[in-house]
Design a protein around this ligand. Structure first.
Ligand SMILES: [Zn+2]
Length: 468
């Protein structure tokens, strides 16, 4: 059955509009948007959505299992702690988690994402094998951990692009995986077969909120020849398949790539001729202006995960250059040290302010409100990265939106035009009162219905893995 909503105030692609009727198909896609509606508010079959309605935010980069490490790697373990010492702690957690644990961790995480305003997530997933390094397969023939992620998305109602990730080597030159990386390993044939089966199942299910993509862990973990060959196979399976890769996050990785190939990592990847507008390059922290221009030119998205890049001491992402090249800049929660799109966007702007000693740096000629400029850009780039029709409230897109409470102190006194400035820069995430995914209310009155149960299950998982 079609559903109709009356939105008091809504941010449409052309700007803010008042009293808008949105019609949503049974599958959750927006069929019609009628501004200036005169339908009486009391009409029975129209659901009123009060407050300021804005597009839901896609989270373009997540490793769900790392939620179990958040806050637990902040004590100094070596004289010079770095990304690489953090990685030891991350592998230790990864090797304690089975598929049931992962489902519980992801369920709480996805509840947190929805409450924070993320309405869909790209899960970059390389924890394929069981704890003993063997295969633990679900009834659909895919690894049980893939099904754990899908189940958590179904249970919580968040949109999902599952990105099974190819991970074959410990470093450039095909260095064999270490013992603590054995759960990540898959042959190219295993990887392609499992993705092919998942795509067939997705098509049969006709689901609009869940889709499958693919990822290559990094240029360290997969050779450029394999990336080329696997991409050709993936494109034959689904020409629109989203493909992600971590690239240029750490200086050490840049130097290792230069030693192994004679080129910087983004340059090396772009030269392979595979990157197109269905790709998302994660991090790109250490990039030249020419590299960023080449990514923008290809139409690929970049996902900056500022809170994680800051937490791990990676470096600054050059948002000004990439935006200046009309690049598609998405955001992600990555290591889950922070699960909050407003913090990602705030720090995207703040790191530019600190470097340039200026204010309102990422506003545009068309959009002087920095909060609005950042939110709209990241929502549309995130939609591109997830390969889903989301990111704005318009016909043909999925009905994913947030309703902000204008009476909340964080938004008090804000006209609709300034609502996203307050959301991003004035602690406004607590003003997110309702969240809709595919036209269905995933949370009301700021709280997800599964929160209490998910917290209890999560505490139990932490007790279990700490005891192992
Ligand atoms: Zn990552």
């Amino acid at each position: 059955m079609r559903r109709r909503y009356r939105l008091d105030w809504v941010l449409l692609p052309e700007g803010w509009a008042r009293d808008v009727i949105v019609t949503v198909s049974p599958s959750g896609t927006i069929d019609a948007v009628a501004a200036g509606a005169t339908t009486p508010r009391t009409e029975g079959d129209v659901e009123r959505v009060a407050g300021y309605v804005v597009p839901g935010m896609p989270n373009a980069h997540s490793h769900a299992f790392q939620r179990a490490l958040a806050g637990r790697a902040e004590a100094r373990a070596a004289a010079r702690d770095s990304f690489w010492t953090w990685r030891h702690a991350m592998y230790a957690i990864a090797n304690q988690i089975d598929a049931a644990d992962l489902r519980a961790i992801a369920t709480l995480l996805f509840v947190e994402m929805l409450e924070a305003g993320y309405t869909a997530v790209a899960e970059f997933h390389y924890l394929h094998r069981a704890r003993d390094g063997g295969w633990d397969l679900a009834s659909d023939g895919a690894p049980a951990t893939w099904e754990a992620i899908r189940a958590a998305a179904r249970d919580t109602g968040i949109g999902l692009t599952l990105l099974p990730t190819l991970y074959q080597a410990a470093d450039f030159g095909g260095v064999p995986l270490r013992a603590d990386q054995r759960r990540f390993r898959a042959t190219t044939a295993e990887f392609l077969d499992a993705i092919g089966r998942r795509l067939t199942a997705d098509r049969a299910a006709g689901a609009t909120a869940v889709r499958t993509g693919a990822a290559f862990h990094s240029l360290r973990a997969v050779s450029i020849e394999t990336i080329r060959e696997a991409t050709a196979h993936l494109r034959a399976l689904d020409p629109a398949l989203p493909i992600h890769i971590h690239v240029a996050e750490q200086r050490r990785e840049v130097r290792a790539c230069e030693r192994a190939t004679g080129a910087r990592p983004i340059d090396w990847l772009m030269r392979a001729g595979v990157v197109d507008d269905r790709w998302c390059l994660v991090h790109c922290t250490h990039a030249t202006r020419a590299e960023l221009a080449a990514v923008a030119e290809a139409g690929a998205a970049i996902c900056a995960s500022i809170s994680t890049e800051a937490n791990l001491g990676d470096g600054f992402f050059d948002a000004i250059t990439f935006r200046g090249a009309r690049g598609h800049l998405a955001i992600g929660s990555d290591s889950q040290s922070t699960v909050d799109p407003t913090e990602e966007l705030r720090w995207l702007e703040y790191q530019q302010r600190l470097r340039r000693r200026r204010r309102n740096v990422l506003a545009t000629a068309d959009e002087p409100h920095v909060g609005t400029a950042l939110w709209r850009t990241a929502a549309l780039a995130g939609a591109r990265a997830l390969g889903q029709a989301i990111g704005e409230i318009s016909v043909g897109r999925r009905a994913d939106w947030l309703a902000l409470d204008p009476a909340h102190p964080a938004l008090a006194g804000a006209a609709p035009e300034a609502a996203l400035d307050h959301l991003v820069f004035a602690g406004g995430r607590h003003a997110i009162r309702e969240v809709y995914v595919a036209g269905r209310r995933a949370l009301a009155e700021h709280r997800h219905p599964l929160r209490a149960a998910a917290e209890e299950a999560y505490r139990e998982v932490l007790r279990r893995i700490d005891a192992r």
